[in-house]
Design a protein around this ligand. Structure first.
Ligand code: ZN
Length: 377
């Protein structure tokens, strides 16, 4: 007996499949016959992918500067897993962990290498906050919750410390089993070339298409040599749209040169969710459709690539044995003016509309899903 059977789900390659979930895991795929406790026929009308993973959000409700609720950026928008990118350091990660246990969304954390986390904009301006023992102890307390480290390397964050916090982050990474390290790039100093030189295979550059002068493109629009080399070494590019870190022009020029993002993420928190320019992960994904990526490419960036980047081996794929996390969505012809973080706009002809999410076998309708009464959980 299946717990949940989705019938005639459309995959992004336009083939249809049935998907069965038992005990929170994907149990069978293909042409299936029940019985099932709950069965929903999608009639080939709706797309289903592995549950969307947002690799960069802020959802520690007690951060005084970048806060939100996990389910507001997660399950209610069709996102089954969120990775909080450094809202907490060693001092607050226990509190954050406890709060996330109540969420329907699966939450993981990248631990800020500053023990104080995002209580202020300049968490790396004092090296006294960059404490290797505190990092090691936090990782020991939360080996299943903390999936990596986060270092924000821009002038407003590091103050007078330049590249030093990143050197520390690389040392912490080596001392703790080579966890993924996500590095935020922004205004100089430190210079992006100096940052890129320190990164190794598996490290993640977030805000990769930001429009600031310290961007990945040279003034003539080519990819910086330091970034070409970093990508060749296995460094990954993450979008991290955010309030101030995504430029259509930079993304278009980079993608034209074949520099696609590995992961599409939102850097969402309450203010840029409610007031723009982020809105939701679906809206950020729609921007990449509008600048020419295909639907399968965009979906890969929030499923398989995101799971690989953060080593979530049970997620990101529609495979038997993987977590029973799914996103049900539509791609609608819906002309819409989309705006980046530089107040530039782009006319989109189609929008991704998340209608429901299944997390460990349990279904949740999004706002649009409940408004449309398309199907029921
Ligand atoms: Zn962020």
């Amino acid at each position: 007996m299946f717990d949940l059977l989705l019938r005639r789900a459309r995959q992004v390659d336009d083939t249809l499949t049935d998907i069965a979930i038992v005990d929170g895991k994907i149990a069978a795929l293909g042409d299936l016959n029940g019985p099932a406790r709950q069965s929903i026929d999608l009639g080939g009308e709706y797309y289903v992918s592995a549950g969307w993973i947002d690799s960069h959000v802020h959802c520690y409700p007690r951060s005084p500067i970048y806060h939100d609720e996990p389910d507001s950026v997660g399950i209610r928008t069709g996102v089954t897993t969120v990775i909080d990118a450094g809202s907490t350091g060693a001092d607050d990660v226990d509190d954050f962990y406890t709060l996330t246990r109540k969420a329907a969304t699966e939450v993981y954390a990248l631990l800020n290498i500053s023990r104080v986390g995002l209580v202020a904009q300049n968490e790396l301006a004092s090296m006294a906050h960059v404490d290797g023992d505190a990092v090691r102890d936090a990782l020991k307390r939360h080996p299943d919750f903390i999936v990596g480290l986060k270092a924000r390397m821009s002038s407003s964050v590091v103050g007078e410390n330049g590249i030093t916090p990143l050197e520390k982050a690389k040392a912490f990474q080596r001392e703790n089993g080579d966890l993924p390290l996500m590095v935020h790039i922004g205004n100089t100093p430190p210079d992006l070339d100096e940052i890129a030189a320190l990164l190794t295979s598996g490290d993640i550059i977030t805000h990769c298409y930001n429009g600031k002068p310290n961007r990945i493109l040279t003034p003539s629009g080519e990819l910086r040599a330091s970034i070409t080399d970093a990508i060749r070494r296995g460094v990954r590019l993450d979008v991290g749209h955010g309030t101030a870190s995504f430029s259509f022009a930079v993304a278009q020029q980079a993608i034209r040169q074949g520099i696609l993002p590995h992961t599409i993420s939102s850097d969402i928190y309450c203010r840029n969710r409610l007031n723009g320019p982020v809105g939701s992960l679906a809206s950020v994904m729609s921007k990449f459709l509008a600048i020419g990526m295909s639907l399968p490419q965009v979906i890969d960036c929030v499923t398989r690539h995101a799971a690989d980047g953060l080593r979530l081996s049970q997620k990101g794929r529609l495979d038997v044995g993987c977590d029973g996390d799914l996103t049900i969505f539509a791609l609608r012809r819906q002309p819409c003016l989309l705006v980046d973080a530089e107040q530039e706009s782009l006319q989109a002809e189609q929008m991704l509309v998340p209608l429901a999410a299944v997390r460990a076998g349990k279904g949740w309708l999004t706002e649009q899903g409940s408004a449309e009464h398309a199907f029921d959980f």
